[in-house]
Design a protein around this ligand. Structure first.
Ligand SMILES: NC(=O)c1ccc[n+]([C@@H]2O[C@H](COP(=O)([O-])OP(=O)(O)OC[C@H]3O[C@@H](n4cnc5c(N)ncnc54)[C@H](OP(=O)(O)O)[C@@H]3O)[C@@H](O)[C@H]2O)c1
Length: 378
């Protein structure tokens, strides 16, 4: 490595594997589906160390091992099992908090902790569209972190909230970001097939979902029609400016455990002009090239959870599939395939995202890594 290359490495890499230097963190809502995923992903994290776990009064006072009925395919981390679960609202020692709280309580609790000076890195929907809260996908819009200056001023301290998008939205945003950068996207039609883990453990009764598809997920279509506009928009003059794009969404719950599939039809901006100058075959080649070349700040900084390729292009006619493709790059990559002409808009394709990893806990962890690399943690 040359001196210049060495100097361009983020200095935070030096704390790797030194437990004394790891940042102590708390997980709010640690007993739930997303909370357990946080605890799992934090087990051997090079920069962060699980220090506190927080849940409802139903769990408070018990050890994490007793309170969480562990449902992931790896063993309950030994360091997490003896931690005593704290009640939401209690004073915490950690100043970096990952939130996987139920949305009925997340709004107020996250605000209160941020007002007390904590960095709250949240999965919940409550603050995603607030005027000064980044809805962060580090590969796409790391410049939105400029909003934190405004938010910190409003709160009068070093605390803030940063959110990650809805679990389907992150797959949609990652799949279309390369196209948006290249030709601009004006129209998007989206149909989702969403896994049952997206509703939390108690979310969908097995009797309702086995041998069935449920053609409605409450509140989901509104999120899909609004959040990508914020993510793909820009921050300027102390406010967010939404991308000029119209989205129509239909959502379905399907009997898959993990992995949300999304069928997308895309209409480019200035489509009449584009189609006059480029054949559809040429446009598809452009799109494939843009997807394969797509990287962002997490890749440049080589953040610990960053996938090498945020979007994988699959050329087989029957891929992506949840069971075969959701775990690519530890579940942090989105897979895209079946790119072909659309007889109504311009092109269509299928995307897949691991909903509890890249769609939830993994996304928040990557956000926290970027905040640390930018020296923005309190
Ligand atoms: N599942 C996904 O794929 C996904 C993806 C993206 C975002 N999200 C969002 O992430 C959040 C968590 O989702 P989830 O699926 O993990 O839900 P979940 O399994 O139902 O877990 C909810 C968590 O919130 C805690 N909680 C509930 N009521 C509380 C209260 N009154 N006070 C304090 N804590 C309370 C629960 O603690 P107890 O165990 O003590 O009740 C539990 O730890 C939600 O806001 C959801 O919308 C989920």
């Amino acid at each position: 490595m040359t001196q210049i290359e060495a100097a361009s490495q983020p200095k935070v890499h030096s704390v790797r594997d030194d437990p004394a230097q790891k940042v102590p963190v708390a997980v709010l809502g640690a007993t739930g589906s997303v909370g357990q995923r946080f605890v799992q992903l934090l087990e051997d994290h090079p920069w962060f160390r699980l220090h506190e776990v927080v849940a409802s009064e139903r769990s408070a006072g018990k050890t994490y091992g007793e309170a969480a009925s562990w449902r992931l395919g790896t063993s309950l981390p030994t360091a997490a099992a003896p931690l005593t679960v704290k009640n939401l609202g209690e004073e915490l020692e950690s100043t970096v908090l990952f939130s996987a709280l139920d949305s009925s309580v997340a709004g107020e609790a996250e605000d209160a902790y941020a007002d007390r000076g904590c960095a709250v890195i949240s999965n919940s929907r409550n603050h995603r569209l607030d005027a000064d809260v980044p809805l962060l996908v580090p590969e796409i819009n790391s410049d939105h972190l400029a909003a934190l200056e405004v938010q910190r001023k409003r709160r009068g301290g070093r605390g803030y909230i940063v959110t990650n998008p809805n679990c389907s939205v992150i797959g949609i945003a990652m799949a279309i970001a390369p196209l948006e950068r290249q030709h601009g996207v004006e129209l998007l039609h989206v149909t989702t097939m969403q896994a049952i883990s997206g509703a939390g453990y108690a979310g969908v009764a097995s009797y309702a979902i086995l041998d069935n598809v449920i053609p409605n997920i409450s509140g989901e279509e509104e999120k899909i029609e609004s959040e990508p506009l914020r993510i793909l928009g820009r921050w300027g003059q102390s406010r967010f400016h939404d991308a000029e794009m119209k989205i129509s969404a239909q959502t379905n719950r399907v009997p898959v455990v993990d992995g949300h599939m999304v069928c997308l039809s895309v209409g480019f901006r200035n489509r009449e002009d584009l189609r006059r100058h480029f054949s559809i075959e040429r446009l598809i080649e452009d799109v494939e090239e843009a997807i394969e070349a797509f990287v962002g700040e997490p890749q440049a900084l080589r953040l610990p959870s960053a996938p090498v390729r945020p979007v994988h292009l699959l050329r087989e006619q029957d891929r992506p599939q949840p069971r075969l493709d959701r775990d690519r790059e530890n579940g942090m990559s989105v897979s895209v395939g079946r790119i072909r002409p659309c007889p109504i808009l311009d092109i269509r394709m299928v995307a897949l995202v691991h909903n509890t990893v890249r769609g939830a806990a993994g996304a928040a962890l990557l956000n926290a890594e970027l905040l640390k690399a930018r020296d923005l943690l309190p």
